[in-house]
Design a protein around this ligand. Sequence first.
Ligand SMILES: Cc1cc2nc3c(=O)[nH]c(=O)nc-3n(C[C@H](O)[C@H](O)[C@H](O)COP(=O)(O)OP(=O)(O)OC[C@H]3O[C@@H](n4cnc5c(N)ncnc54)[C@H](O)[C@@H]3O)c2cc1C
Length: 353
Amino acid sequence: MKKDPICNMEVDEKGALTSECDGETYYFCSEGCRDRFLKERVCKFPRTSYDLIIIGGGPSGLTAAVYAATLKMDAFLITKDLGGQAVDSTKIENYMGYDFITGTELIEKFQDQLIHSHYIDHLMDSVEKIEPVKEEFAVTTSDLRKYSSKTLIIATGMTRRRLKVPGEEEFQRRGVFYGNIQDLSFVQGEDAAVIGGGNSALQIVENLHTVAKNIHLISDSVLKADPIVIERLKKFKNLRIYEEYKTEEFRGDKSLSYIAVRKLASEESREIPVKGVFIAIGLQTNSSLVSNLADLNDRGEIVIKPDCSTSHPGIFAAGDVTNAFGKRIIIASGEGAKAAMAARQFILNMRNK
Ligand SMILES: Cc1cc2nc3c(=O)[nH]c(=O)nc-3n(C[C@H](O)[C@H](O)[C@H](O)COP(=O)(O)OP(=O)(O)OC[C@H]3O[C@@H](n4cnc5c(N)ncnc54)[C@H](O)[C@@H]3O)c2cc1C
């Protein structure tokens, strides 16, 4: 794989668009990025000032980006990854136009639409800071590059909650995972644990039951997933359920070997040997970038008006990071479209002032 010098996206060198520059071959995700490279000839320092910066490339941010392109806006997308949580969904049965599609397939279609049909400037990076500067916003990325914009769409969604027990950080990706479908093969033919008692934990158990040898499902309460799912899982011969057990520690040498659990309200504790553990104990809202700028509710969600505007003029928000009802791909996409249209209106109003 090669890295597109304009947007940092990983591209397969076989069949990728290329350009020669100073005796070196560069690889691009799209004609749009290659055009920028050829036009600017300063691939490491692309332009930095826009009318709109969209932060987050899940369903809401990608839809906002495609809408911004169709509305011919001067827009820029910055995202840590493409697809967000939707990539983890193995089975989407509630997105219009498809009876059934996997998260990866749907996001590939979104990505194609963005980089081939409705190109806008984009960068694979994490936004670390947003500061209001006069009537604009200064946006700083992880490598301390700064961009400025008249409007922002915050589409940073949610990420999985951490358990915060000893060993969790140490064994990240060396036995400790958060249920991404791509990670399940780590425990092929081995013993695994799933921590959590809700629908997402049980979805991981369902995906694991033909992959892992034995599965230990550990929940600090009684299982809270839908009863129909619990009934289905209880038939799995390779599943052992530990209700009202607290996970206390992850142990191992170079990679995870055991998890230590304790029965709540008792001294009974035990070590369970596992090669991998998948933690699914809920999600947290990624709203900290604007927590000092826009109103949040008590769940940490950005409070939006029907047009996706927030309490701070020029900042719009869309998708799971907001208080909009329903955490779903189709809702996040719709909200992303709305936010792009509202940001455009805001810019037109600014110009007419
Ligand atoms: C396992 C699982 C299965 C699901 N199944 C379904 C389903 O079948 N049907 C359905 O409708 N919904 C499903 N959902 C819910 C659905 O995925 C979400 O509602 C949807 O993805 C929300 O989209 P979003 O764009 O608002 O946020 P996210 O998908 O959370 O995307 C947020 C994006 O922002 C980026 N980001 C975050 N912080 C920063 C930063 N500081 N700088 C730059 N980028 C940043 C992230 O990397 C990510 O790309 C599922 C969710 C999970 C976890």
